[in-house]
Each structure stands twice: as structure tokens, then as C-alpha cells.
Design a protein. Structure first.
Length: 120
């Protein structure tokens, strides 16, 4: 992978991470601003459900941030763009679609088939 491509993917990953961090901050502020002790149980339940959905979304995003950080580390080490399964280059088009990909399309397809067969 050329230096220009490495810079390109580093920019994509850093921008993505920044966007996710803004969302985390926005959620914290929203929950602090909107937190109220409603006397009506239905209103309280609605707010709790809304907060629960936001927290689940943020948890998924937190995991994605960790994955992005790991991918940025791979970029620095020079391991980015190579399949963890077979060692071949993953391919620019796949990395453009999924910048955190660690498997080539063939290994990913096999992993998904195995997952379906095991019922996970």
C-alpha cells in the first residue's frame, strides 16, 4: 500500500472516530439535560426506553471506536490491508467499503458460512 493510500485510510478512520466521539458527547449532554423524574409512570418509562436505546447505540459505537483504534495501530505497524486469515491483500475496494476489515472477502465469506452452520 502506498504512502498516499495509508494517509487516505488514516484520514477516513480518524474522521469516523471523531464523528463517533461527537455522538458520545452529544448523548451524555442530552441525557443530562433531559433527565427528569416524571410523576407519570408512562412518561418515565418512555424516557427510560429512549435512554436505553441511546445507550445500546453508544455501546456499539464504543466497540467500533476500539476497532478503529486497533485498525489505526495496524496502519502504523504496516499490517493494514492484509487478511488475518490467509495473509493476502484485502483489496482497496473492500477497505473503502469497510475500512476496519481484517479479512479478505473469501475468508469473510467462509467465516459467515461457518457461523451460519454453527447457528450463531
Amino acid at each position: 500500500m502506498s504512502d498516499r493510500q495509508v494517509e487516505h485510510f488514516a484520514q477516513i478512520l480518524n474522521d469516523w472516530k471523531s464523528q463517533l466521539m461527537v455522538e458520545v458527547d452529544r448523548t451524555v449532554n442530552h441525557m443530562q439535560d433531559e433527565a427528569a423524574n416524571f410523576p407519570d409512570p408512562a412518561d418515565r418509562a418512555s424516557q427510560e426506553e429512549e435512554f436505553s436505546l441511546e445507550l445500546r447505540t453508544r455501546d456499539r459505537e464504543r466497540k467500533l471506536i476500539k476497532k478503529i483504534e486497533k485498525t489505526l495501530g495496524r496502519l502504523e505497524e504496516g499490517d493494514y490491508g492484509f487478511c488475518d486469515g490467509c495473509g493476502v491483500e484485502i483489496g482497496i475496494r473492500r477497505l473503502e467499503a469497510r475500512p476496519t476489515a481484517t479479512l479478505c472477502i473469501d475468508c469473510k465469506t467462509l467465516a459467515e458460512i461457518k457461523e451460519k452452520q454453527l447457528g450463531h
